[in-house]
Design a protein around this ligand. Structure first.
Ligand code: F6R
Length: 610
């Protein structure tokens, strides 16, 4: 994972750019951080184990003028989190920051050792620095050295390099992992993602696999691995830099939970036409889906849960059968897909390795592919036939919240499109479904007013060691998602189950020490059965926290421990509403426990390893 940033431009601005960039990249890993600046007395490196804060306190009072500069925030793969393994890594006059994994690093390391190179870390990255230095010593330019070195490297990477031999250059290269170039006034940047450079410029180039970027302060060139110049478009990004700040909230997670009305509004906008009773998803025509006889949806973590909800929606509205698979399992099962299968890859970041490989496998087997992602120009977006973007805006908190609800909106719109396209829906029903989704932002505003009530609830329950979450139908994946959120940010063990499964084993866990969160919005089919499941838990002294629709609370008075009343919604909308109190519950429980909510231990926002 890891985040990288590089800058060439104004010497008195370099340190500021690197620090601001790293603050915005820290979600990618926070095991260590470091910077390198090339000044008049050579390259200076400052690094520190742990979070960026540690690096910042080391930098206090240090004046570091110079250009170019590199910055890195690490999620450890090879070598424990420590200062010794923190980037940048140096060999002679060459300095390198790296995101990714060099798979053949051990052979290269042995070879380099035989040549007399000494290793000062346990990382795979250090071989990159030594290899580039080795070519430079043979008389190659920095650009040529990078090109030659990378011919020998296997794996996935985004790398930025500077050298004291050519102080007016930065060279960047990417294979499979994200790297963008950004252009300012007399300055050029490289970064792992767009928000890192937003305080400084909006003009961005999305580098492609195999691109080598050569940056100078007033210009840049991009070449292919053979050194032939290639042209890439410059995009102007319209994200507001303020959306990547906390905006008065204590954590990004809480801010992003509260941004959900806007995120879903932006995701719906321009895609539904009430008067015509139509849904428009750019790139998806009736003819493109006409021969699709099966859909497979793949994703990881929260995005996988979105796929599970998507299955209910698509099957209900279009009657096309849907299978859902964990992206990490799909690829290795010799999946049965063909040209009549539509494979939907869901990923907030658009960079998750498991999901990307699943997508490539589906393509290799001839399937049609569609990506649902939040990040413009991301790997998964580029690899699929069609992309439907969630317009949730940048999500910085490691736990996914607003991107999940935006993914559900896309599934809803897609289901509606498929239902209409297959003539499965009456005009009146499609119109109603469109009205329902248009009402969602306001419903979300309502449910967010539960904030302080949920905070109080969290205050009662934060000391428990285990939780169970139950749901049925569309809200079964929401139970899974509620449990995942709690685990991630509070480190409490939590399990989500389909409520009907309780009696097949998990019920043995129930006693007075087990809070059971039941997601039971009142709907036509499953509500009665859930009431039965709640009774099963109560009989065994479990502590029930019930999430149910306004109006159905009365029947539970006296025998359920706590209620959370959510607005009554149409069935297909209910998961989009019921997930919000669960996100808040996880957030506030974590807050009582004092965990690091935006950067929970061992996690990173972008998971680019298998
Ligand atoms: C949970 C969470 C992770 C991600 C998963 C997939 O809150 O954030 O489980 O959902 O790593 O990430 P994306 O959606 O970027 O592919």
């Amino acid at each position: 994972m890891c985040g990288i940033i590089a800058y060439i431009g104004k010497p008195d601005k370099t340190l500021h750019v690197l620090i601001e960039g790293l603050k915005r990249l820290e979600y990618r890993g926070y095991d260590s951080a470091g910077i390198a600046v090339l000044g008049s007395s050579g390259i200076r490196i400052v690094k520190s184990e742990g979070k960026l804060l540690n690096l910042l306190s080391r930098l206090e009072g240090v004046s570091l003028n110079g250009s170019p500069g590199l910055g890195h925030t690490r999620w450890a793969t090879h070598g424990v989190p420590s200062e010794r393994n923190a980037h940048p890594h140096v060999s002679g006059k060459t300095v390198v920051v790296h995101n990714g994994i060099i798979e053949n690093y051990q052979e290269l390391k042995d070879e380099l050792r035989r040549k007399g190179y000494r290793f000062n870390s346990d990382t795979d990255t250090e071989v990159i620095a030594h290899l580039i230095e080795d070519f430079s010593l043979k008389g190659f330019s920095l650009e040529e050295s990078v090109r030659e070195a990378f011919k020998l490297l296997e794996g996935t990477y985004a790398v930025a390099v500077i050298s004291e031999r050519e102080p007016n250059k930065v060279v960047g290269i990417r294979k499979f992992l994200p790297l963008i170039l950004a252009i300012g006034d007399g300055e050029v940047f490289l970064a792992s993602d767009i928000p890192a450079v937003l305080p400084f410029t909006r003009n961005v180039v999305l580098l492609e696999d195999g691109d080598i970027a050569i940056l100078e302060k007033n210009r840049f060139r991009i070449t292919d691995p053979e050194g032939r110049e290639v042209k890439r478009d410059v995009f102007s990004i319209d994200w507001d830099p303020i959306t990547v700040e906390k905006g008065g909230y204590k954590h990004f997670m809480l801010k992003e939970i509260h941004e959900q009305p806007q995120a879903v509004l932006d995701t719906i906008r321009g895609r539904v036409f009430l008067e015509e009773g139509r849904v428009f998803l750019k790139g998806i025509e009736d003819s493109w889906v006409a021969d699709v006889n099966r859909i497979v949806a793949v994703g990881c973590g929260t995005s996988y849960h979105a796929c599970l909800v998507g299955r209910y929606m698509i099957e209900k509205l279009s009657r096309i059968p849907v299978d859902v698979d964990l992206a990490s399992e799909f690829r290795y099962r010799e999946p049965v897909v063909d040209e009549k299968t539509l494979v939907i890859a869901v990923s907030q970041s658009g960079e998750t390795a498991d999901t990307s490989y699943a997508l490539l496998e589906a393509k290799r087997r001839g399937a049609k592919t569609l990506a649902i992602t939040n990040v413009f120009g991301s790997k998964i977006a580029r690899e699929s036939d069609v992309v439907v973007y969630t317009h949730a805006g940048p999500e910085i908190g490691v736990a996914s919240t607003k991107s999940f609800t935006a993914q559900l909106v896309v599934f809803y719109l897609l289901s509606l499109f498929l239902g209409i396209s297959r003539n499965r829906l009456t005009d009146a029903y499609s119109l109603q479904l469109i009205k329902d989704i248009l009402a969602l932002p306001q419903l979300l505003q309502h449910v967010l007013r539960l904030d302080s009530e949920i905070s109080a609830l969290a205050g009662e329950f934060y000391k428990y060691k285990n939780f169970i979450y139950l749901g049925r139908g569309l809200n079964y994946p929401i139970a899974l998602e509620g449990a995942l959120k709690l685990k991630e940010v509070s480190y409490i063990h939590a399990e989500g189950y389909a409520a009907g499964e309780m009696k097949h084993g998990p019920i043995a866990l129930i006693d007075e020490k087990m809070p059971v969160v039941v997601v039971a919005p009142q709907d036509e089919l499953l509500y009665r059965k859930l009431v039965g499941n709640i009774q099963e838990v109560k009989t065994r002294k479990g502590r029930v926290i019930l999430l149910t629709s306004k109006g159905s609370v009365n029947e539970f008075y006296g025998w359920v421990d706590r209620f959370v009343e959510i607005p009554k919604t149409p069935y297909l909308i209910s998961p989009l509403i019921s997930v919000v109190p669960l996100q808040l519950l996880a957030y506030y429980i974590a807050s009582y426990r004092g965990t690091d909510i935006d950067q929970p231990r061992n996690l990173a926002k972008v998971v680019t390893v298998e």
